[in-house]
Each structure stands twice: as structure tokens, then as C-alpha cells.
Write a protein that binds this ligand. Structure first.
Ligand SMILES: Cc1cc2nc3c(=O)[nH]c(=O)nc-3n(C[C@H](O)[C@H](O)[C@H](O)COP(=O)(O)OP(=O)(O)OC[C@H]3O[C@@H](n4cnc5c(N)ncnc54)[C@H](O)[C@@H]3O)c2cc1C
Length: 456
């Protein structure tokens, strides 16, 4: 019987395991999945909403528990960490985190799905009590338990989308929240003009945003507990609790040690069927690099949407089918309270780095007909290639479901549409849903004007 070992029991790893099981029964394929934490197939994306209370119970974030996987004949070993991979001997070394016992588990095929590692700046106090991360469900549980009545002031280090989602969660809980980031605008994947819009909106919610200022130290009391975050400019931000939301890098340490080749971006190199360059070793999720369909570059984009798709692809292939992962275009969405932001394709900086010559167009409109109750502002910004008018990128900020319009633009970019085609799209219209010219269409019209003006 063939043996499949999976390292990492969340989105990517368990998607691969489940798809492989769907195609090959337990009499044909033995599947063992190792997970360091307590839970499998959980939504890390939902952690901020569990912290805020919008999601009430931890179990709601778990799509499939270890028991459910076991009933599906997947031998899940939770609280068990893989500590080594021996490609020549075809086995992994696993450590039971409860008993400390170590043993080897043989494999014919291996799926490496170890996710990502959160960034931790090398500043004094970073490991102090009262400093929390939000990477795994166990992290989320620890942070949630720490938010007792004694906590009033929270400082969040990092103004990326995870930092801002946690800021919202703490704000909703009635805490005084400060977010500190060394960049001049939050959520670095947006252009600075959209970032400024986000910053204003976040401040408007009562969240204190300290930008352009790096963290130099986390000060502690006599018991070693975090009490304040010190910054390069000399600020001392008092904190009962500190949360790190500084972004992530691919968790490739075990793979590197084993000799599984990495790509230029630092993620594991895989082909379109999610095979690594090591025979019988597959890699999926946050730890791999993907092809960006516009820049052609290999990039690491740590998002659950890709992790699930890549896991499915690897699982189908392992199960004897044929599936491919066609790459990414950088689509992402988030919100802070009622302020929503989304992006797809290339930002201005990314388009420049990829060697494109481009024009931009930004429009301010409303989410519904201007006269219709509930209409809210929306800004749509487009990046289009000079001469051809090909749509390269889009960013949206607004309220009232504004940001989900990004999917229309993502579909257009995916299909290599030009702004002239986008402006003619047969999109739906009725006053409760959009102005007669949807903001997406107005932005495309304006981008087309810019493309034409460039010809003159
Ligand atoms: C707070 C937060 C919010 C997010 N919001 C969004 C969102 O809105 N939209 C979106 O698309 N994405 C979002 N993401 C990203 C998304 O959660 C990840 O991209 C996704 O979980 C990646 O899945 P994965 O299986 O590759 O890695 P992970 O989910 O990180 O799973 C990897 C697993 O491997 C385990 N592991 C690692 N090393 C070992 C080892 N040696 N032995 C055993 N087990 C090991 C870890 O414990 C972990 O459970 C968010 C992430 C966070 C943290």
C-alpha cells in the first residue's frame, strides 16, 4: 500500500489529504497527517472575528476536526511536530509534543504544508509575557484568553491587514487601540494614495495610528510583562497587551534542511501541479511560491484562498487525477469596522517593477444611486497599460459592500481584458445597488480616457 505523509494540518495540507482520500480509498493509500497544534482545518482568517466576538465559539472556525478526518480514514496526529525529513530514507521524524517521544514515519509521497512563520523583529522584549501573535488557532485562543477585564490599552505592532483586523477586534471590544507601523501608510500592498485614504478612515474610527515609526523595544515591568512599546522617534506607547501583526514569511526551515529546493522568492519551488523538485515531494499553501500572471515573477502570497486551491490540486494529482494551479494575480480584501479595502493585479509600484508603462485613473462615486438611502462613498483606482489599455491593477476603498466589486475587476484582469472592454461590460444596475454608471465602469471610462490622451 502507498503511504502519504502530510506535514501541516490546516487549509493546504488537509485539502490535499482529503482530495487524495476522495480518489483513493484506505485500502489503496494510507494517509498520516502531522499537526503541531490541537486543531485541523481551521480558519485562521476568522481569528480576528472570534477575538471581536462576531464569531462566538472556537469550534465555529473549525471546518473539520481531527476526529472528522479520522472518520474519513486520515490518520491525523495532532500535537505532533515533524522535526526532520530524510528524503533518502523516505521517512519523516516526528515528536509527540505531549510525551516528548520521537519516532519515524515512512512515506512514498510527502505533502509539505507547514504554512508561514510570523515576523518577529529582533527588539528587546519581543518574547515578553503579554506579547501575542495571531498566526494559528492556538495563538488566537491564547490572545482571546488574555483579553481580560484588566486589559484596557492594546498596542498592535504592524499595520498590515492582519494588524488592522485585530485592531478592529479590540476596538469593538471597547479597548483603546494603537497601531504602529514603520511605513508611511498602512497595508503596504496598496498604493500610498489609497493607503492615505485607509489611514484617514481608520483614524476616523478612533483607532490611534502611528505611522512612519519603527518599534525599538517592548518595555517590561519587574515581572517581565510588557508595559509599553517604544518607537524610533521616542514615543512610549503604554500597553496592557501587545499584538504582533508584522506579516509572515514561508515556513521552509525543514524543507531547506532536507534539500527540497526553494525558489528565488524564498518559498518552496513548485511546478503547476504542486510538485517540488524532489521526487515524490509536493508542497502547498503559504510555504510555496506561485507565478504572478501579470509580472511573470515568482511570488509568495500567503492567503487562504490559494492554500485551499493548491491543496486541492496536489490532492487530485496524488489521487491519480490531473489538476494544475494557474498562478495568482494578487487579489485581496479586508475591512476595518465599516471601512472596506480590496485590490487585485499590480499596484503602481509593482507595475513599475514589472517593467510596465502605465496610466492610472481614480474616481470617487457612491455605492448606490446617490439619492438612494444608505449610499456610501467608494473610490476605485485602476492601473492600465499604456498603448494597449490592458487592465493591470485595481484598488477599491469604501463602505457598504464597496470592496467586493474587486471581483469584477479581478475577473477582467484574469481574462486579460482592456479598459475599453471593461467600460462596456453588461453589469447589473438598480438604484439600491449602484449608480446607473457603476463606479467600476466610471473608473474604466476614465482609464480609457487616460490611455487615449497618452496617444495624443
Ligand atoms: C489572522 C489571520 C487572518 C487571515 N485572513 C485571511 C483572509 O481574510 N483571507 C485569506 O485569503 N487569507 C487570510 N489569512 C491567511 C490564511 O489563513 C493562510 O494563507 C492559510 O491559513 C494558509 O494555509 P496553510 O495550510 O498553507 O498554512 P497554515 O494555515 O499556517 O497551516 C500550517 C499548519 O502547519 C502546522 N505546522 C507547521 N510546521 C509543522 C511541523 N513541523 N509539524 C507539524 N505541523 C506543523 C502549523 O501548526 C499550522 O497549523 C489570514 C491569516 C491570519 C493569521
Amino acid at each position: 500500500m502507498d503511504r502519504l505523509v502530510v506535514i501541516g494540518g490546516d487549509a493546504a495540507g488537509m485539502s490535499a489529504a482529503s482530495q487524495a482520500r476522495k480518489r483513493r480509498g484506505p485500502d489503496e493509500l494510507q494517509i498520516v497527517a502531522f499537526e503541531r497544534g490541537r486543531a485541523t482545518s481551521y480558519s485562521a482568517c476568522g481569528i480576528p472575528y472570534w477575538i471581536s466576538g462576531a464569531v462566538e465559539r472556537e469550534e465555529q472556525l473549525v471546518t473539520r476536526s481531527p476526529e472528522q478526518h479520522r472518520r474519513n480514514h486520515i490518520d491525523v496526529r495532532t500535537r505532533t511536530e515533524v522535526v526532520g525529513i530524510d528524503l533518502a530514507a523516505r521517512h519523516v521524524r516526528a515528536r509527540d509534543l505531549e510525551s516528548g517521544e520521537e519516532y519515524t514515519e515512512p512515506f512514498d509521497d510527502l505533502v509539505y504544508a507547514a504554512g508561514s512563520v510570523p515576523a518577529r523583529p529582533p527588539v528587546p522584549g519581543i518574547d515578553a509575557a503579554g506579547v501575542y501573535g495571531v498566526q494559528t488557532l492556538d495563538d488566537g485562543a491564547a490572545l482571546r484568553a488574555a483579553l481580560t477585564d484588566a486589559v484596557h490599552r492594546v498596542v498592535i505592532v504592524g499595520g498590515g491587514y492582519i494588524g488592522l483586523e485585530v485592531a478592529e477586534a479590540c476596538q469593538v471590544r471597547g479597548l483603546a487601540v494603537t497601531v504602529v507601523d514603520r511605513s508611511p501608510t498602512p497595508v503596504g500592498m496598496f498604493d500610498p494614495d489609497i493607503g492615505t485614504f485607509i489611514a484617514d478612515a481608520v483614524r476616523g474610527l478612533g483607532i490611534d495610528l502611528v505611522l512612519g515609526d519603527g518599534v525599538t523595544e517592548i518595555a517590561t515591568d519587574a515581572d517581565g510583562r510588557a508595559t509599553a512599546v517604544h518607537t524610533a522617534s521616542g514615543r512610549q506607547l503604554a500597553a496592557d497587551l501587545v499584538v504582533l501583526g508584522l506579516g509572515v514569511r514561508p515556513n521552509v526551515a525543514l524543507a531547506r534542511e532536507a534539500g527540497i529546493p526553494l525558489g528565488p522568492s524564498g518559498g518552496i519551488a513548485v511546478d503547476h501541479r504542486m510538485r517540488t523538485e524532489a521526487a515524490g515531494v509536493w508542497a502547498v499553501g503559504d510555504c510555496v511560491e506561485s507565478i504572478h500572471r501579470l509580472s511573470g515573477q515568482r511570488v509568495v502570497v500567503a492567503l487562504g484562498t490559494h492554500a485551499n486551491k493548491q491543496g486541492r490540486v496536489a490532492g487530485i494529482n496524488l489521487g491519480g487525477g490531473y489538476a494544475t494551479f494557474p498562478g495568482v494575480i494578487g487579489t485581496a480584501i479586508t475591512k476595518v469596522c465599516d471601512v472596506e479595502v480590496a485590490r487585485t493585479g499590480l499596484s503602481e509600484a509593482e507595475a513599475e517593477a514589472a517593467g510596465y508603462r502605465f496610466v492610472t485613473a481614480a474616481v470617487d462615486s457612491t455605492t448606490r444611486a446617490g439619492y438612494f438611502p444608505g449610499a456610501q462613498p467608494i473610490r476605485v483606482k485602476l492601473v492600465a497599460e499604456k498603448r494597449t489599455g490592458r487592465l493591470l491593477g485595481a484598488q477599491i476603498v469604501g463602505r457598504d459592500d464597496a470592496a467586493k466589486r474587486i471581483d469584477v475587476l479581478a475577473t477582467a484582469i484574469w481574462n486579460e481584458m482592456h479598459v475599453e472592454e471593461v467600460l462596456s461590460l453588461d453589469l447589473s444596475y438598480a438604484p439600491p445597488f449602484s449608480p446607473v454608471w457603476d463606479p467600476v465602469l466610471i473608473a474604466a471610462r476614465k482609464a480609457q480616457d487616460a490611455v487615449e490622451a497618452d496617444f495624443r
